[in-house]
Design a protein around this ligand. Structure first.
Ligand SMILES: [Zn+2]
Ligand SMILES: [Zn+2]
Length: 175
């Protein structure tokens, strides 16, 4: 969605539903794709040559589990505020400091804004630091790489971690 800055009224409400083909994952993209369409709503407030975007994205995306590396879908619901200003170093700096911490500042280049780029950035920012397919995900065996959610490998049974082994020994000492 391209926003023509010259045509924006003082206040505008935009909404869009982004389908699966909207996200074309790049190489090593932490987001593998869209699972259910992303619903986007953006309120644009326009004062002079400045624009404030208040947006919300909701839907679900495919990501990879940090522990077992399997893809799974993650519910995304995120609000964002982006302040768009023309790049004029010095002057903008002072204005930017007055703003709330949760307002991101982007610079306007030209007379249009690619809202898709802004939405993409917000989707990345909303990702959790660690994403796991479930709280109890067992991950991969560090020795053979087997997915321990699916199978129990031989090294897991025999090659116990030293700390675990110690704990096991302690238990038997008193018996
Ligand atoms: Zn997992
Ligand atoms: Zn193993």
């Amino acid at each position: 969605m391209i926003l023509d800055l010259k045509a924006v009224p003082e206040e505008a409400e935009l909404s869009e539903v982004l389908q699966r083909d909207w996200w074309q994952p790049s190489e090593n993209d932490p987001i593998l794709g869209i699972h259910t369409p992303l619903h986007v709503r953006i309120k644009v407030t326009h004062v002079g040559d400045k624009f404030l975007l208040d947006g919300r994205v909701k839907g679900s995306i495919m990501v990879r589990c940090d522990r077992c590396l399997d893809p799974f879908h993650w519910e995304l619901e995120s609000g964002f505020h982006v302040f768009l200003v023309s790049p004029r170093p010095g002057k903008d700096q002072a204005e930017v400091e007055l703003l709330d911490e949760d307002i991101e500042v982007d610079f306007i280049h030209g007379e249009t804004i690619d809202l898709d780029e802004i939405i993409k950035e917000q989707v990345y920012l909303s990702l959790p630091m660690k994403s796991t397919c479930r709280d109890a995900c067992l991950g991969l065996c560090p020795v053979c790489g087997a997915n321990l959610n699916v199978q129990r490998c031989q090294c897991n049974q025999e090659g116990m971690k030293p700390a675990f082994q110690k704990l096991k020994d302690l238990k038997f000492e008193g018996a």
